[in-house]
Write a protein that binds this ligand. Sequence first.
Ligand SMILES: NC(=O)c1ccc[n+]([C@@H]2O[C@H](COP(=O)([O-])OP(=O)(O)OC[C@H]3O[C@@H](n4cnc5c(N)ncnc54)[C@H](OP(=O)(O)O)[C@@H]3O)[C@@H](O)[C@H]2O)c1
Length: 275
Amino acid sequence: MEQKVILITGASSGIGMETALLFLKDGDVVYACARRLEQMESIRKAGGQLIHLDVTSEESMRQCVDFVLEREGHIDILVNNAGYGCCGSIEDIPMDEVKRQYEVNVFGLGRMIQLVLPSMRKQKYGKIINISSMGGRFTSPFAGWYHSTKYAVESISDALRMELKPWNIDVVLIEPGMIQTNWGVIASNNIRQYSGDSAYSDQADHAAVYYEKRYGVQGKLTNPQVIAKTIRRAALSRHPKTRYLVGKYAFSFVFLKAILGDKVYQRMCRMSMGV
Ligand SMILES: NC(=O)c1ccc[n+]([C@@H]2O[C@H](COP(=O)([O-])OP(=O)(O)OC[C@H]3O[C@@H](n4cnc5c(N)ncnc54)[C@H](OP(=O)(O)O)[C@@H]3O)[C@@H](O)[C@H]2O)c1
């Protein structure tokens, strides 16, 4: 199989790390990017190239893409994976933190796309794989700002796919359900930090416990390797699907949202989270 050049953001843990390791097994050229390079020894040992990347910094993103293009001449696949859940009530999260959430989950993703596209258009080939979430298809309490970033990722990706048709560049959305990574710990810590001591504290405690119970027990949720395999499947497919909904609860939550009216869905959502 032909060797591909792949750039993966957020590769220091979870889905990004497993994706880097999987592509390396195939013998591809993998540039694994994140801020915590010290966490990425396993990727380096497997033959991956590590790049320090902060997706909130224009300079960092530009240097990262320039470096890969200078070394390889092209990038075949961009996996836009960096992201986190800035959770808490809509009222409590300070606007600076909301802006940071958008910088990482939306603007960083969008800017990386802008930086790789000129070379992809030139070679008339490429795949942009954006890691969205099942949470880009429905909303839950105490994660509203996070969901809004994933809704944004969904709509940016859908528009981009149509715009890039003339250049044979595919745009794919991966919509993971609940995956056993650090995501849940970061989300529940944020709920406690921003809303644990506010007018929402009772509800916030239940919401935090909801995530802690699921993400805190190993083996309850989907292994991130499953998402890595889905990303690889989309990357290798000549005709990838537009979106891949995959992982624990993903199909059932999206299905229920689609068939229930807003009021019934929201009552069910609040009851299941105990808020
Ligand atoms: N786990 C789930 O249940 C789940 C469900 C749906 C969607 N997702 C999505 O999947 C993606 C990967 O998350 P994960 O579950 O694998 O969580 P994770 O293990 O916490 O990984 C998140 C990655 O994002 C990187 N990151 C965060 N801020 C960054 C920044 N400013 N610049 C560059 N990289 C940054 C982190 O690297 P550094 O901190 O080292 O920079 C880390 O490698 C995210 O977009 C997340 O929203 C996860």
